[in-house]
Design a protein around this ligand. Structure first.
Ligand SMILES: [Fe+2]
Ligand SMILES: [Fe+2]
Length: 350
């Protein structure tokens, strides 16, 4: 049976009182409404559970000894679908209070002995409401922060995307290169069993690994003849330029190692830092294989794409010198036994 509903003068907080004694519900109704709360009273514990499913309440005052369900059983049911409701248990006599273990397990926020005076109960309700309002405020701030972060992340991604397209527009022969490097890197990551957040880093890192080429003169970038030593060292600046461009946005901090170190070689003869072996960040070692594989399998002005057998032989030959041998083996396994995964990627970016 529903005993009370909306109070027009309420302070906005909704309290549901559940007690199988109508007299208690009535007195609490008068008392809580007078204190400005939006009051709902229920004498049937089963109905109370249903009501909490349908409506939002901030706080529940719950009798402990009731039929057909005791207060702790009511909480047990409610906690299956609602962890947020602030619950205060009302007990008849001290010795009938539920054990502390039950209160903790069911996430009951407090309990109070029934008495004719409601002072203690009111204090408990008030501190409960304070906790709820703090919790709501934190939730709101979190949501706002999440929104702002997402907007910021999107804006950064868009501006870097523009930069990437500018790089790729300069040189039609590298178009699609970053997309494929990104996808090959993720593929290797998947075969390594890396978690989703690592795959995200590999995906974005692959997309932007050559972003620093924006800082290399077109005359060098697009030159089809052999590069002079000076020109080659200008090209070799692109990982550091890329890392520098991305260093302005903290959201890119995880992908900077890929951008900066995708041209390092396992034997220490790469650039820019001459890192060796596992000193090269794992994601950069992965991107290095993906990058070289794409370079070998793409058409260039001066040569056709290389045949798969030649590519495999080259990866095998460079195991331990250019590539991390374990990662090279994993990639060779993909080429030998899961080649359809590669074809699928290639067909997306022709
Ligand atoms: Fe590169
Ligand atoms: Fe590249």
């Amino acid at each position: 049976m529903r005993k009370g509903t909306y109070d027009a003068n309420s302070n906005g907080y909704k309290i549901i009182v559940v007690d199988d004694e109508p007299g208690i519900v009535d007195s609490l109704s008068i008392f809580l409404k007078r204190s400005g709360y939006n009051f709902t009273g229920v004498t049937d514990p089963v109905e109370a559970i249903e009501l909490v499913k349908k409506e939002h309440f901030d706080l529940m005052l719950l009798d402990f000894i009731m039929t057909p369900l005791h207060g702790d059983q009511v909480v047990e049911e409610i906690r299956k679908f609602n962890r947020e409701l602030y619950i205060l248990l009302l007990t008849g006599h001290k010795d009938l209070a539920p054990p502390l273990e039950t209160i903790r397990r069911l996430d009951i926020q407090g309990y109070c002995e029934k008495s004719d005076k409601f002072d203690q109960l009111l204090l408990l309700v008030e501190s409960g409401i304070k906790a709820i309002s703090q919790m709501n405020l934190i939730k709101e701030i979190n949501e706002e922060l999440k929104d702002a972060n997402q907007r910021l992340e999107k804006a950064y991604m868009e501006s870097i995307e523009t930069l990437r397209y500018t790089v790729e527009a300069k040189d039609p022969y590298t178009r699609g290169h970053s997309d494929r490097v990104s996808e090959y890197s993720v593929l290797i990551g998947k075969y390594l069993g890396l978690p989703e957040e690592d795959l995200k880093i590999l995906r974005i890192g692959g997309l932007f690994h050559d972003i620093g080429k924006i800082g290399v003169p077109d005359s060098i970038l697009l030159k089809t003849e052999k590069l002079t030593d000076d020109e080659y060292s200008e090209i070799k600046n692109h990982p550091s330029i890329g890392a520098h461009i991305l260093s302005n946005a903290s959201i890119f901090k995880d992908i900077i190692p890929i951008v900066k170190h995708h041209h390092e070689k396992y034997d220490g003869n790469g650039y820019p830092s001459k890192l060796k072996g596992e000193d090269i960040p794992l994601f950069a070692r992965i991107a290095a294989i993906a990058d070289t594989f794409d370079a070998m399998t793409s058409k260039r002005t001066y040569r056709d794409s290389l045949g798969l057998d030649i590519v495999k032989a080259e990866i095998e030959r460079c195991k331990g010198t250019q590539f991390d041998p374990k990662l090279a083996d994993i990639f060779l396994d993909i080429l030998n036994n899961h080649y359809t995964d590669i074809v699928e990627i290639q067909s997306k970016y022709l």
